[in-house]
Design a protein around this ligand. Structure first.
Ligand SMILES: Nc1ncnc2c1ncn2[C@@H]1O[C@H](COP(=O)(O)OP(=O)(O)OP(=O)(O)O)[C@@H](O)[C@H]1O
Length: 685
């Protein structure tokens, strides 16, 4: 029997055991009371296997093996399986009990209330084995290790040989200034707040000490790294893995937990207490609070964590930006009476972090604003141990100027190899100018085009594709995680690829070979401009940033220019090239807009159908047209009717709004009276 078959058998046995042991979900218990649980389960299973159902995924019109549609949020616990291969049902006596994660290599669509349809990829995975203490032989010769030690290490404070060997293998002969400044301080046990320009190697500045610690200790989670985006978290984990010796099983040491990917694999990895956990705040909080990341919770609660690391810290710490981060902080990262004092080192990194004093610069200004950089330093304080010394490493170019210039809001850093250019355009000519820049061929390599809105990403990417620019990939937060990863992969693999993105790609993304950044829309803030532009000119390489400044962007552009104190070179694009492209660009944009609107209408209709299907209702298209503007009273009546008649069978509803309301109503729970009911009850009293 091959390994796959063995794994499948084991999973089936597990599923069987789980199905027997699992407490019955709410719905099943109700059916039990009615005395016909088996019948209901059988019917569900038969329905699932015989009826073709839509999955919510455009490419999957017909039911496919391994695809499962979830019940809407109000039908808690009842996952409705669709066309799952027969073999998975063997020995499982109730379809509703089969956990989705029992289907490796498949994907499912979770239908949430509202229009949020999120796809989660369940990855194929081997059974992990527990982590043992590391005994690793460096993979390069002793003389190479000594050469690296001489440039990377200060006196007796040395990174482990295995890591020095990896640095030699990666040809990182000398540390970057940021690494040279931070690593010895971290090895000495200091807290570090570091501001250094984009592409200056901040990731390894914190990752190497964390790996140094991980290779020496095998007792639980030692480092928790938090990053604001999923892509960045994955990249940090990848940088850690790259810096490990090849002989080490990196999966046992480094674990990445981010949303949009299957929880089960992440849970299994976390159960092994990997040394370094890289996470986005949302998934970290979710798993910790659900008790699925007990190893992380333990390290936080018992204060055995060695490093708490915040990358792109100004984003994480910005007030109100990450509710999950704030909740994590309140619950686990600050001291409470019943919890011992924290012992970890707090490491805080960003390219746009101000490191001045925490006193208000302007005495007249009483309240510190969100933009005030010293508020961020203050925000770090509760995360630190009061007894540990804080070292501030500020390598930003404007830090020296700061004392002279009181109006300067933040410290920023631009690589010296970055050329800043601006092209003045009218809004109608932006696409043609962008096209001319991409076609101009003056810069070989990859290009990132930044816009300020998801809708613009969709339009610009689609229009550029229609204009025959090869390998254009859109990236924004409304894409499913699988599509986001696919877009990034394709962008990384092709030397001349174009990524059209929102700010989801602005921070931290390190893709080799990006030679041009086009600001299709001027960034809303100077900080964001710095992060966007920083996707090029990384690690000492040359790069260009070109801002397309329309009349509406002019004021913002000028304030960015003033804040940076770095004059942009005014660039002229050959008017003939733009004029030639203008007509085609206009047409391409019109087409792209029309397609986008059509897709939106289609998806709204599809959503209504899926929701109706999942709720066991029939969507009446004709009625939907007629009842476009149903009154609140009509809708309420329909919801009441739907609630009452749902168990008996199917009914007609009029439009997507009704369904949406119905979804909200159900999500609030059957026992929760609606405001109207409350009023009535009050009147009766
Ligand atoms: N010592 C080194 N020598 C040469 N290259 C290095 C060195 N350290 C890191 N790099 C490379 O530099 C690139 C940028 O590093 P990294 O992504 O850590 O930058 P960063 O400062 O975090 O940037 P950002 O602020 O945009 O997040 C990476 O490709 C990394 O492999």
């Amino acid at each position: 029997m091959d390994l796959k078959a063995k794994v499948r058998d084991r999973r089936r046995a597990k599923a069987k055991a789980k199905a027997k042991a699992k407490p019955k979900p709410e719905k099943r218990r109700q059916e039990d009371a009615a005395g016909k649980p088996k019948k209901a389960a059988k019917r569900r299973r038969e329905d699932a296997l015989s009826k073709p159902k839509k999955t919510g995924d455009d490419e999957a019109e017909a039911p496919r093996a391994g695809r499962v549609v979830a019940r809407p949020a109000w039908d808690a616990g009842a996952w409705a399986p669709v066309a799952v291969p027969d073999e998975f049902w063997t020995g499982v006596d109730d379809a509703a009990c089969l956990s989705l994660e029992e289907l490796p290599g498949s994907s499912y669509t979770a239908l949430r209330s509202g229009q949020n349809v999120e796809e989660t990829v369940v990855e194929e995975d081997e059974e992990p084995t527990p982590r043992a203490a590391m005994d690793v032989t460096p993979d390069v010769g002793a003389d190479q290790i000594e050469a690296i030690r001489a440039t990377w290490c200060e006196g007796p404070l040395s990174l482990r040989d295995e890591l020095l060997a990896s640095l030699s293998r990666m040809a990182f002969a000398t540390p970057t200034p940021c690494q040279a400044a931070c690593i010895p301080k971290i090895l000495r046990g200091k807290d570090v707040v570091c501001a250094a320009q984009t592409g200056s190697g901040k990731t390894l500045a914190f990752a190497l000490p964390a790996l140094h610690d991980a290779l020496a200790n095998s007792d639980g989670v030692r480092s928790l790294v938090l990053a604001p985006t999923r892509e960045l978290a994955r990249q940090i984990a990848q940088h850690c893995v790259n810096a490990l010796p090849r002989s080490v099983d990196a999966k046992r040491l480094v674990c990445c937990i981010v949303g949009g990917l299957a929880e089960q694999k992440q849970e299994r990895q976390l159960a092994l207490a990997p040394s370094i956990v890289v996470a986005t705040p949302g998934r970290a909080r979710e798993l910790i609070e659900d008790g699925k990341a007990s190893t992380v919770a333990k390290a936080l609660e018992e204060r055995t964590l060695r490093f708490l690391i915040l990358d792109e810290a100004d984003r994480l710490l910005a007030p109100g930006a990450f509710a999950d981060f704030t909740l994590l902080t309140k619950r686990y990262l600050v001291d409470h009476a019943e919890r011992p004092r924290k012992r970890w080192q707090t490491l805080v990194f960003s390219a746009t972090l101000a490191c001045g004093s925490t006193q208000p610069r302007d005495k007249k200004r009483k309240r510190q604003t969100d933009a005030d950089p010293r508020a961020l330093l203050k925000a770090v304080e509760p995360l630190r141990s009061p007894t540990r010394k804080l070292e501030v490493v500020d390598l930003t170019s404007s830090s020296k100027k700061e004392e002279e210039d009181d109006d300067e809001e933040e410290n920023v850093a631009l690589p010296s190899t970055l050329t800043l250019e601006a092209v003045r355009v009218v809004d109608a000519a932006k696409l043609a100018t962008c096209y001319a820049l991409l076609r101009g061929g003056s810069s070989k390599g990859k290009t990132v085009v930044f816009t300020n809105a998801i809708s613009s990403v969709k339009t610009v990417a689609s229009a550029l594709q229609k204009l025959q620019i090869p390998r254009v990939h859109p990236l924004h937060a409304a894409l499913q995680q699988r599509q986001r990863l696919k877009a990034l992969d394709a962008f990384e693999k092709n030397d001349d690829a174009v990524l059209v993105a929102t700010d989801v790609a602005a921070r931290g993304l390190d893709v080799a070979g990006v030679s041009l950044v086009i600001h299709y829309d001027v960034a809303p803030t100077m900080k964001l401009f710095v992060h966007r532009a920083g996707r090029t000119a990384r690690a000492g390489r040359e790069g260009r940033s070109v801002s397309l400044v329309g009349p509406r962007d002019a004021a913002r552009h000028e304030s960015i220019e003033a804040a940076l104190g770095a004059p942009f070179v005014d660039r002229k694009i050959d008017a003939r090239v733009v004029a030639e492209a203008a007509d085609r660009a206009r047409l391409a944009k019109k087409l792209a807009d029309a397609e986008r609107h059509a897709a939106r209408d289609r998806s709204s209709r599809d959503w209504a159908r899926r929701a109706a299907d999942a709720a066991d209702l029939v969507l009446d298209d004709d009625a939907a047209v007629e009842a476009g503007g149903s009154s609140q009273r009509d809708l309420d009546a329909m919801i009441e009717e739907a609630g009452a008649s749902r168990p008996q069978g199917r009914m007609a509803v009029v439009n997507a709004d009704t369904l949406r309301m119905l979804a909200e109503e159900r999500a609030r729970g059957d026992n929760c009276p609606r405001p109207r009911d409350k009023k009535r009850r009050k009147k009766r009293k």
